[in-house]
Design a protein around this ligand. Structure first.
Ligand code: GTB
Length: 222
């Protein structure tokens, strides 16, 4: 039975692959699994049919046979746990790869989201100038620690894994800021990941949704 995922019909990221369906698309491509995409409007996200699949009214969700799943981390772990290619066979190496995936979502993504959301939505607030340096400092602390962990290695722990996949999608949220500029090893790490054929296919597929929507009607809000 074909796997189905959900994604924005009209993504606010304008085809830059920053929405969280990208990590699921990329995992599916790495694993060589065919899939279909159900595109949803913002209104459709909040309808009972979708809330039955994703209780917070968000994308992505996944249908895989009888299984309906939400949360991009749980979805990538499910796919990586049921098909070979994104988690090592060795139990300890597998546990460490899972740790990197959880670290991406739980330790690295929160300060990045807080900082980038402030840049996008809070710039006009009176307190923005006072608060932003603190938010950027928190992001830089994580980037410094991640750079130290990566060292001169290609990937975070041996072969490319679901941990790297998740970490790169999290770091990519910073690409339109200058916050990665001080960390050339992380820029190279992201570039290595983006060069993977599976990433390229996933990126092109989500980009095609944006291009089709741009041809079809008015531009989505930035
Ligand atoms: N923890 C959940 C997961 O990992 O699956 C979070 C899912 C989530 O935040 N989904 C967002 C969503 O559906 C889309 S990805 N939002 C609609 C809503 O909450 O009503 C977040 C996102 C959106 C836009 C950009 N962008 O424009 O750059 C980047 C990321």
């Amino acid at each position: 039975m074909t796997i189905t995922i959900t994604a924005f019909e009209n993504s606010p990221d304008r085809g830059r692959g920053l929405a969280r369906d990208m990590r699921v698309r990329w995992a599916l491509e790495e694993l060589g699994l065919p899939y279909e995409v159900r595109l949803l409007s913002f209104e459709a996200l909040k309808r009972p049919e979708h809330l039955a699949h994703q209780p917070f009214g968000q994308i992505p969700s996944l249908e895989d046979g009888d299984l309906v799943l939400f949360e991009s981390g749980a979805i990538v772990l499910h796919l990586a746990g049921t098909h070979p290619g994104l988690l090592p066979e060795d139990a300890h190496a597998r546990a460490r790869a899972v740790a990197w995936l959880v670290a991406a979502l739980n330790t690295v993504e929160p300060p990045i989201v807080e900082c980038t959301m402030a840049m996008i939505f809070e710039r006009e607030q009176a307190w923005f100038a006072a608060r932003q340096p603190m938010l950027e400092k928190r992001v830089q602390a994580r980037l410094q620690q991640l750079t130290a962990s990566l060292g001169s290695a290609e990937w975070l722990d041996g072969a490319f894994s679901a941990g790297d996949l998740m970490m790169v999608t999290v770091l990519r949220r910073l690409v339109s800021s200058n916050l990665l500029d001080a960390w050339p090893p992380l820029l190279a790490y992201i570039a290595r990941a983006e060069a993977r054929p599976a990433y390229q296919r996933a990126f092109a597929d989500q980009r095609a949704v944006f291009e089709a929507a741009s041809c079809a009607g008015p531009e989505a809000p930035a």
